[in-house]
Design a protein around this ligand. Structure first.
Ligand SMILES: NC(=O)C1=CN([C@@H]2O[C@H](COP(=O)(O)OP(=O)(O)OC[C@H]3O[C@@H](n4cnc5c(N)ncnc54)[C@H](O)[C@@H]3O)[C@@H](O)[C@H]2O)C=CC1
Ligand SMILES: O=C(O)CCC(=O)C(=O)O
Length: 488
């Protein structure tokens, strides 16, 4: 049972208190499934609100870093328990704010719970190594220290999992945090913060400041007291954030776009491959950085695969994510819908052939939502915009090839390198793909999307700053190594 209530007014969470933006201004967060529904009112904060949050985080850092990892872990375990208890409410906020279906939103919320428990346990694990010194009377070892205050700039597409997979490792390794969520999903972020509050996290350790990216995000990147920034979002903004943080000598981590390919080999299990292509490309309305967008098919099975794919795409039910009938919800915002529609138009203008979808649905009950039909193109050439640029929508581009070598070459013909998958039964093809595919995640007989919280996540080329998030890899960003030499 969800206790979520519409049209509440939310505040920033600074130094353990819920406070309005100093200007008193708010933005309405609306439901992309029905633009007339106001999900909640969220603060439209200014730089002075951010400054207060950073000051609170800086003050709290002194005592937070002195706690043992186990003590910090206990707070994360408590937050996980509260989030688990409130999972329906948080998931409903997410579905209403950004449109993904309720089962997907619930799954993501439970992933947040699992991430919190995973990092709670990290508080008890080793943080250094003993290294033999050339001096027989000395002890030399490494230890790790927190960065200090970490700024989290999060997107709207995973409004629970991404803030948690950034904030939880930051906290367990002794940092304090200021979270700037995407304004589109600030209600969901406030719900997550309520869970930490209920868990009794000390004041100032985790703060929330909602507002425009161009105001709060960029001020955070430039703030002299923010020692590290972890960002997920577009390439354009990511590069700007990275440059601003680098110029003042702080640390940054960027996770950005993808143009993820799936290769369908002639020996693939085609039913499995169709299922993985649809799930990888169209779940969450294609709004995942790991979403499948290029479908590279060996010519021998091109027609058979296409036919099976199109018949499954036709069965997809669009609708409000809160309805059990819906398989695919709307785009997260009107801006995102317009971006997707403009790519569909560009695809046609550049000569690709539309096989399915391509428009907004015509049913009257979907007219007030930001819906677009699941869309499939063929005749897509590598130079076309729909083969090169991240669309972040439910659009698949089919591309035939004559061999696995050509498939891998085409798959690598991209500025991005986040995730890639191949469907094949042949061990040789699997090994070539693992070796030659330039992507941070390579997946065999599995869809491109869906990362596991205990494994490193990140991309090659333009997809990331070459760092990795999640799993034990997170310690590399959220701490600095100290080499200690001791002699009596
Ligand atoms: N890699 C991923 O998971 C994501 C990729 N995207 C890509 O980005 C495109 C645009 O989506 P947006 O929401 O506009 O992404 P965005 O990059 O503008 O937003 C991501 C985060 O950055 C903040 N931000 C915006 N401008 C900023 C600035 N100047 N300085 C610091 N922070 C700033 C936003 O408020 C949000 O919290 C999508 O179509 C998609 O291609 C978007 C969201 C997630
Ligand atoms: O595929 C996933 O589970 C994660 C995707 C992701 O990190 C993103 O879209 O930002």
């Amino acid at each position: 049972m969800s206790t979520f209530q519409l049209e509440q007014t939310y505040s920033n969470f600074i130094n353990g208190e819920w406070v309005k933006a100093a200007s008193g201004k708010t933005d309405a967060s609306i439901n992309p499934a029905n633009r007339n529904e106001v999900v909640g009112h969220v603060p439209a904060s200014g730089v002075e609100d951010l400054n207060q949050a950073v000051a609170a985080a800086k003050a709290a850092a002194k005592s937070w870093r002195k706690l043992t990892g186990a003590e910090r872990g206990n707070f994360l375990f408590q937050a996980a328990n509260v989030l688990e208890r409130r999972a329906n409410e948080v998931a409903e906020a997410m579905t209403r704010e950004m449109g993904k279906t309720f089962p997907e939103a619930k799954g993501e919320t439970m992933r947040g719970v699992a991430i919190l428990r995973y990092y709670a346990g990290e508080g008890m694990r080793k943080t250094g190594d003993v290294i033999p010194s050339t001096d027989s009377e000395a002890l030399m070892f490494t230890t790790r220290v927190p960065l200090g205050v970490v700024g989290v700039i999060a997107p709207w597409n995973f409004p629970v999992a991404i803030p948690i997979w950034k904030a939880a490792p930051a906290l367990i390794y002794g940092n304090t945090v200021v979270l700037k969520p995407a304004q589109e999903t600030a209600v969901t972020a406030a719900k997550v913060l309520e869970c930490f509050e209920e868990a009794g996290l000390p004041a100032g350790v985790l703060n929330l400041v909602c507002g425009k990216g161009s105001v709060i995000g960029s001020a955070m990147a430039e703030h002299p007291d923010v020692n590290g920034i972890t960002f997920t979002g577009s390439n354009e903004v990511g590069k700007r954030v990275g440059a601003a943080v680098l110029s003042r000598g702080a640390k940054y981590q960027l996770e950005m776009g993808g143009k993820n390919p799936v290769i369908i080999a002639a020996d693939a299990d085609l039913d499995l491959a169709v299922e993985g292509t649809i799930s990888g490309g169209l779940k969450s309305t294609g709004q995942k950085c790991t979403a499948t967008s290029r479908v590279i098919i060996e010519r021998k099975v091109y027609d058979a695969f296409k036919e099976k794919l199109l018949s499954k795409v036709e069965e997809i039910r669009l609708g409000d994510g809160m309805s059990g009938e819906s398989w695919m919800g709307p785009c997260a915002s009107e801006g995102q819908l317009n971006t997707v529609l403009s790519y569909i138009q560009k695809g046609q203008d550049e000569g690709a052939i539309l096989l399915a979808g391509g428009n907004r649905p015509d049913s009257p009950e979907l007219a007030e939502g930001f819906y677009v039909q699941p869309t499939v193109f063929e005749g897509v050439k590598s130079h076309m915009s729909i083969a090169r640029e991240e669309i972040f929508g439910p659009v698949l581009a089919l591309m035939p090839v004559d061999s696995i070598e050509e498939a891998i070459e085409l798959a690598n013909d991209s500025d991005y390198g986040l995730s890639a998958s191949i469907y094949t039964q042949n061990v040789g093809s699997m090994l070539s793909f693992i070796r030659d595919m330039d992507a941070g995640l390579v997946r065999i007989n599995a869809e491109t999307a869906g990362v596991e919280l205990q494994a490193p996540f990140g991309g090659m080329k333009m997809s990331s700053s070459h760092s990795r998030e999640q799993g034990q890899a997170a310690i590399e960003f959220f701490t600095a190594i100290k080499t200690v030499f001791v002699k009596s």
